[in-house]
Ligand binder design. Sequence first.
Ligand SMILES: Cc1cc2nc3c(=O)[nH]c(=O)nc-3n(C[C@H](O)[C@H](O)[C@H](O)COP(=O)(O)O)c2cc1C
Ligand SMILES: [Fe+2]
Ligand SMILES: [Fe+2]
Length: 408
Amino acid sequence: MKKIEVADGIHMLSMNVEDILFEGMWDIANGVTLNSYIVKGDKTAIIDGVIGWDGIPDTLYKNLEEINIAPKDIDYLIVNHMEPDHSGWIEDFKKINKDFTIICTDKSAKLVKSFFGDDEKIQVVKEGDTLDLGKGKKLSFHPVPNVHWPDTMLTYEEETKTLFSCDMYGSFGKINENYCDDNLTEEEIEFFEEEGIRYFSNVMATFTPQVKKAIKKTGEFDIKLIAPGHGPIYRKNPQKIIDDYTRFSKYSDGAGKNEVTILWGSMYGMTKKAVDYAEKVLEKKGIKVNKLEMPLKSESEMMATVFKSAGIIVAAPTYEYKMFPPVAVALEELGRKKVTGKAAFSFGSYGWSGGAQKELNEILERNRMKWDFVEAVEFEGSPLQEDLDKVKEGILKLIEKMEDKIVK
Ligand SMILES: Cc1cc2nc3c(=O)[nH]c(=O)nc-3n(C[C@H](O)[C@H](O)[C@H](O)COP(=O)(O)O)c2cc1C
Ligand SMILES: [Fe+2]
Ligand SMILES: [Fe+2]
């Protein structure tokens, strides 16, 4: 666990977590950080206390001591969001500190009770409520419901102009040495931008309308520092992560980078022949191609890659009268995360009846995805030259459709 004084009287405690499935399902290749913050006035508050994945969070207590804070001296736990990746240690904390107050929204209070029992001292806060910690440190609270869970809020510290944004403005990716944007290298900044896309697409995409509201709310504060629950903090240029999140919200609605992602699968290589051909056509046009062979790619990577692309090609054969299941499952997942409005094209091989295309339409319809498709190409067995010509034609039309969707 790392600890850094990020502003006068504000410490960040951060822990890298690897080899876990985030939310029990996302295979995050580059890990994630869990960040807690300590705000010290006359009274002490801890914001988003991180979980000890291995039981009692001894390391957290040890680190608190090193910054001269005994766990029993903590007066307030600010629960910006009750999800256990931020608050899972309350139960252990109770064993060593009987006298602390939890500050949270009314929705969070209900969750605290159902997750940790109802013997907690809870102070419910509403929009604009404040808490004076003394020595100039004053916190204010700002609910942003459904920026992940219904209970979520932002906490703002007036003196240092710090926004503790919880899941908002977070990203995946473990942190090695540099925790603030003012000492991240160019490569690290790029790394966290990509990991931000992965995080947004995996965790936040379903809640894009609420994220947009939270971005708007961010505009009401004078901000010097953004301190999220996951990923680096932004002190040199807080606007950078606000701009990133603004752009990611647009990816949810169909915008994307000037890239085409081919989401594909093939049992015996027939569809693959057309995929390889499509890749060459796109490369000749100077467009970056991302190939996602399913089920080999992780769901986390699939989601991030499709999410950030302005153009999508779905290439899948027919399997038992329906679409090749690994590709159908991926599409379904994109639908559940409300990845809508993408420019798209589909093709695939069949043996006798076909059916992949029909299922594709059903998935799109059921999830109200509103992807804008070029006419599909289906071929029997191995694609003939005339089939490949149709694939090329489809790609050229796809490129046209992508034009007004490209944002970066
Ligand atoms: C397990 C299995 C199930 C299949 N089910 C169907 C089917 O229901 N209807 C159909 O037209 N073709 C079906 N096929 C044939 C494939 O769609 C055909 O072989 C196609 O060329 C496979 O393309 P691929 O090599 O890209 O996987 C099936 C093939 C397999 C191996
Ligand atoms: Fe969360
Ligand atoms: Fe979180």
